[in-house]
Design a protein around this ligand. Structure first.
Ligand SMILES: Nc1ncnc2c1ncn2[C@@H]1O[C@H](COP(=O)(O)OP(=O)(O)O)[C@@H](O)[C@H]1O
Ligand SMILES: [Mg+2]
Length: 394
């Protein structure tokens, strides 16, 4: 899939902008703070309904405005689709496909992208939440239906946790806890589905991660992934707020749905007392982690800066390779935001060759010379939320 035209209204620092994009590499250059990331962030939003920089949509709406609009013309195979999303400050967002109103949640059925940015170092070094988001975003892109399952799980989790908190605050008597069983049931059903889907996905991306890491780092280190499941008693240290000790073993074999459901239910019984004491839902996919290892050692805590960086990039390239192989939309738009500046010549060249054959690649850079020649064929200059026209002074 490629984006051939993008129009933004009151998105970030853009009042109104239109830009044509081509198949192959598109390079956006401009000094810092001019709007390069903002532009590619808009395209990322269409496929993930979120931003890689902020958790809520409000920061995406131009300061002082009530709504932002992202409109794009997409092409897959022979088909052209016009998609549009309106982000509203004080009401629900709205979307259109070919000028017909639809739910924003439908947009990832038409747009697919993978964005890599310096912030992604947190995938390796940061909290489990970022790694769960990585998996869930990819799940939704591969199977849009799962957006609903994830949203339902979040809602059940919030409601169940609220109930646990009321028991803790003695606003609800423990004897009246029959409603908790209803929530347990829902939590285990939805949670098990997410666990099963995530573990199947991990099995799918593992070979791509190993392959991408080898190609970027240029050595024979084996990068691998495993899942850490809270229902099996493996808690992610950062979620517990404990020391960052790498203790629990990891399990990488995909579990059968029935087994997961049983383990989930048994685990809920096991932690019941603790949950009531703490007013928290202590187990479930919201407490799981994706463990990254290099030659069998956990990347978090052991990997050097360069290795961590390569691992983060490998995760994103693996996502792109998986979408290419399995998404009905084919190639995702590969977005590289501000990544070439941080790389030496060798890694620049390796990255360039790793993404060379994707249908469309969007690159941002402050300095043109940081980007390999082969990626400069279509260059757009950006200044203060405007596209600089050819011949115009930058
Ligand atoms: N909601 C917003 N309203 C107005 N300006 C914004 C908004 N969000 C970000 N900006 C501005 O956008 C600029 C950053 O743009 P960005 O795309 O991150 O720059 P870069 O070209 O370095 O990638 C900053 O000047 C910032 O103040
Ligand atoms: Mg930027």
């Amino acid at each position: 899939m490629i984006v051939t035209h993008l129009e933004l209204t009151d998105f970030r620092n853009y009042r109104e902008v239109e830009v044509d994009l081509v198949a192959g590499p598109n390079l956006f250059v401009g000094s810092n703070g001019q709007g390069k990331t903002n532009l590619v962030e808009a395209i990322g939003y269409l496929s993930t309904l979120g931003s890689h920089r902020v958790a809520t949509d409000h920061a995406l709406i131009r300061a002082g405005q009530d709504a932002a609009i992202v409109r794009a013309r997409l092409e897959h195979a022979e088909r052209t689709v016009l998609v549009e999303v309106q982000l509203n400050r004080s009401s629900a967002n709205r979307a259109q496909v070919n000028r017909v109103a639809t739910k924003p949640r439908e947009l990832p059925r038409y747009a697919t992208s993978v964005l890599f940015a310096p912030e992604d170092l947190a995938l390796v070094r940061g909290d489990p939440g970022g790694r769960r988001r990585y998996l869930d975003q990819l799940l939704v892109q591969l199977t849009p239906r799962l957006a609903g399952v994830l949203a339902d799980y979040d809602r059940v989790l919030r409601q169940r946790t609220t109930l646990l908190k009321s028991v803790r605050a003695a606003r609800v008597a423990e004897s009246q806890l029959s409603t908790l069983e209803v929530w347990d049931e829902r939590l285990a059903a939805l949670g098990s589905e997410i666990i099963v889907e995530r573990s199947a996905l991990i099995d799918r991306i593992r070979p791509h991660v190993a392959d991408a890491y080898r190609r970027i780092a240029g050595d024979d280190h084996k990068a691998d992934l495993a899942v850490r499941l809270s229902i099996l008693g493996d808690t992610a240290p950062a979620d517990e707020g404990d020391d960052d000790t790498e203790d629990a073993g990891t399990s990488s074999t995909a579990l059968a749905p029935g087994e997961v459901r049983e383990a989930f239910t048994a685990a809920l019984t096991r932690v019941r007392r603790q949950e009531l004491d703490r007013g928290l839902t202590l187990i479930g996919p919201h407490r799981d982690d994706l463990v990254l290892t290099l030659n069998g050692l956990p990347a978090k805590g052991y990997a050097s800066h360069g290795e961590s960086w390569s691992f983060a990039l490998a995760l994103k390239l693996a996502a792109a390779a998986t979408l290419r192989a399995d998404s009905p939309l084919g190639d995702p738009v590969v977005i590289l935001d501000d990544v070439f500046a941080a790389l030496d010549e060798t890694r620049r060249a390796r990255l360039a060759s790793g993404i060379a054959d994707y249908e469309q690649v969007l690159i941002t850079a402050a300095v043109l010379d940081d980007v390999p020649d082969a990626l400069r064929a279509h260059t757009v200059r950006i200044q203060a939320g405007r596209i600089v026209k050819p011949g115009e002074d930058a």
